[in-house]
Design a protein around this ligand. Structure first.
Ligand code: FMN
Length: 195
């Protein structure tokens, strides 16, 4: 017998626990933004995916209104830094509820570098940075799906494979699972698609 979870009968917190333990593993967007006053902000978001490739659009979801969303609405820009294994502890630290006037890069000692096309800085130690301008915010209940037009993808040289693309093994991406679980980089197998 399967265990049945009926959203009509469950409180929202339980449904959150069921969905986040079921839709796994989720990659983690480490989102950097700037406030209207120029204060840098950084926070992890695992409700993160590609929305479309033509045009290139990515998305993450702010569950309730958080500072990242606030900043993106104010400035129209953000950077998604890929969350990777060596950065796990500091990524977790950046999920704390800092006051809006706290520069989280400075507070947590995270090295920055200038972005190519947007004002929010990149995390220097993250191998992939996806620079975005705000496309649209779609409200869904108590959440907000933030879609960004991708204006640049910047990959560190050591993370590029011989074919010119990011190399999964060198990226060592983290994932978010259910509860307080994190996923470390999994094994990779290659399988051609059927004709
Ligand atoms: C690994 C991880 C993934 C997270 N994913 C999300 C998410 O997808 N959506 C969300 O609203 N909060 C998520 N959080 C919680 C936010 O990071 C946290 O609320 C943070 O303080 C928001 O920062 P901000 O207010 O500066 O944007 C996640 C936390 C962790 C540790």
């Amino acid at each position: 017998m399967r265990t049945i979870f009926d959203p009509a009968e469950l409180p929202p917190l339980r449904m959150y626990q069921v969905l986040t333990a079921s839709v796994v593993p989720r990659p983690i967007a480490w989102v950097s933004t700037l406030s209207q006053d120029g204060v840098a902000n950084l926070a992890p978001y695992s409700f993160f995916s590609v929305s479309s490739v033509n045009p290139p659009v990515v998305q993450f979801t702010s569950v309730t209104r958080k500072d990242s969303l606030h900043n993106i609405e104010a400035t129209g820009e953000f950077v998604i830094n890929l969350a990777t294994e060596p950065l796990m502890a500091v990524i977790n630290s950046s999920s704390a509820a800092f006051d809006r006037d706290v520069d989280e890069f400075a507070e947590l000692g995270i090295e920055t570098e200038l972005s190519e096309q947007v004002r929010p800085v990149r995390v220097a130690g993250s191998p992939v940075a996806i620079e975005c301008t705000l496309k649209q915010v779609v409200p869904v209940g108590d959440s907000f799906v933030v879609m960004g037009d991708v204006v640049t993808v910047a990959v560190r040289p050591e993370a590029v494979a011989d074919d010119g693309l990011p190399d999964f093994t060198k990226l060592a991406p983290l994932s978010r699972l259910g509860r307080n679980e994190w996923g470390l980089p999994p094994h990779v197998v290659t399988l051609d698609r059927p004709q």
